[in-house]
Write a protein that binds this ligand. Sequence first.
Ligand code: NAP
Length: 286
Amino acid sequence: MIGAATRLLALLGNPVGHSLSPRIQNAAIESMGLDGAYLALRCEASDVAGLLRGIARAGGGGNVTLPHKEEAARTVDHPTDVVRLTGACNTFWSDGGRICGDNTDVQGFRGAVETLLGEPASGRKVLLLGAGGAARAALIGLLEDEVDEVVVWNRTLAKAEMLVEALGAGRARTAASLESVTEVPFELVVNSTSLGLADADPLPIELEVLREPAPVLDLVYRPTETRLVRRARELGMPAADGGEMLVRQGAEAFQRWWDRAPPLPVMRDALEEVRRDATPEPLHEE
Ligand code: NAP
């Protein structure tokens, strides 16, 4: 029950109404018998610093989502190396009065890859679609896992070039078009574009162009299966959407706030419960 000692954990973003994190985090808090409450607060960029610092200094913490991750990275006193590298902070808390910030998307991504493949992506050739914030986290995660090579394709080529230049560490290159990568036998395909969120979105890639079938990780999540995941499964390719990454990044954040091992099965069940509750809406065919 909420009382005078209850810790406030808050998600700062805009919009936040669609977020599944409150359901996942509150289920975890409840299952561990902790005194906390996780709320979603829609806020303007100009309010991020005040809210973040105030909540943390009052003993709480939280997450930050689009479009405020960069603002949060500038606000925290003690950013982790991953926050410095990505320029984005999605988790904050206070340690002895200092506001700490981390980006748990990287570990969340690595965990999701491992769940899909049954092992880390080490040694694999990877096709990464997109060059935004999620792609930055994915590229760092893939390089930490010591993949063989990452080929980055993005609608705006210049952004892919900037990403590879900044973070590629000599093991990533860009592709100007998806047609130009058909010769590479990819062993993992990651969609980090936002295509797939809306019903009417086209697929980010026609999977038939790949030289060989490959596991597909779509970072997009929605209550029902994404169209890319459905297409991959139709073609016999192992596939997963962004649900596991969402749970894993939340589990990493839980660990930072509570200094305890996160109850992963409870968090996964909470996500599945939201999915079951959602009215299945058939994806329209193109
Ligand atoms: P972002 O920084 O805004 O980047 C969006 C990316 O999508 C860019 O590469 C953009 O290409 C591309 N894109 C947008 N519209 C497109 C279109 N019509 N055709 C082709 N490409 C298009 O967003 P983000 O933070 O990277 O997030 C991307 C997706 O990952 C979102 O769906 C988000 O929900 C998801 N995500 C999931 C998790 C998780 O835990 N599962 C975590 C983070 C993000 P341009 O550069 O050409 O604009």
